[in-house]
Write a protein that binds this ligand. Structure first.
Ligand SMILES: [Zn+2]
Length: 185
C-alpha cells in the first residue's frame, strides 16, 4: 500500500516492477522494438498478448510507460506526468498493418500503486473481451474496426482488391510526405 508520488524515484521503480510483474503473471510478453535503438533502455516497454490463435491476428497491447533494463538502468516509469499507461486491442492484417479495434484506454498513474495496476488489469480484460465479442466481417470473418468517421468496417478492407489497396496506401504515403514538406518549407 503505497501512494504513488512521481517525484520519488523509488516509487517510480516500485510501480514499474508492479506493472511488469502483473503483465508477466497475465502471460504478456514484451514486443520487440521495431528498429534498432541507440539507447534501448530509454524506450517505453510495450507488452502484448495474442487473443485466441496467433493466426486470428488479434492482440491486447499495453504501453507501459516503463523504461530501463533492470541492469544498467533500473526499471522505472517515465517521469513525465502527462502520459498515461495505455491499453488497446489491435488486429494485425495479413499485410502486416496494425489497426486499433478499440480506442486507447488510458490508465492514469495516480493514487495507490496496487490500484493503478488493478485498473490497468481491468482495462486489459476489457480489451480482451472486445477482441472476443467484437463485430466480424460477414464475408471474411476478420474483426471490424472504426474508421476516422466512426464507421465500422472490415479490418482487412476485404471489399477492395490488392491492387486498389496498394494504390490507396501509396496515395496515403504521398499525401503524408507532402504534408511533411509543407510544414517544413
Ligand atoms: Zn472482410
Amino acid at each position: 500500500m503505497s501512494n504513488y508520488d512521481p517525484t520519488v524515484p523509488m516509487l517510480r521503480q516500485l510501480l514499474a516492477l508492479s506493472i511488469l510483474g502483473r503483465l508477466e503473471e497475465a502471460g504478456f510478453v514484451q514486443e520487440p522494438p521495431k528498429r534498432k535503438l541507440v539507447k534501448p533502455e530509454m524506450a517505453e516497454k510495450i507488452f502484448s498478448r495474442i487473443v485466441g490463435e496467433a493466426t486470428d491476428g488479434m492482440k491486447v497491447m499495453v504501453y507501459t510507460t516503463v523504461i530501463g533494463d533492470g541492469d544498467t538502468m533500473p526499471y522505472e516509469v517515465r517521469l513525465a506526468g502527462s502520459d498515461a499507461i495505455r491499453v488497446s486491442a489491435v488486429y494485425v492484417t495479413k499485410d502486416g498493418e496494425t489497426r486499433g479495434l478499440t480506442s486507447d484506454k488510458r490508465v492514469n498513474r495516480t493514487g495507490d500503486i496496487d490500484d493503478i495496476v488493478d485498473r490497468m488489469v481491468a482495462r486489459m480484460r476489457d480489451a480482451w473481451r472486445s477482441c472476443k465479442t467484437g463485430a466480424r466481417c460477414y464475408s471474411c470473418n476478420a474483426p471490424k474496426f472504426a474508421t476516422k468517421n466512426g464507421k465500422q468496417v472490415c479490418a482487412e478492407i476485404c471489399w477492395k482488391s490488392d491492387e486498389e489497396k496498394a494504390r490507396d496506401s501509396a496515395a496515403f504515403k504521398y499525401r503524408k510526405r507532402r504534408r511533411h514538406w509543407g510544414s517544413r518549407w
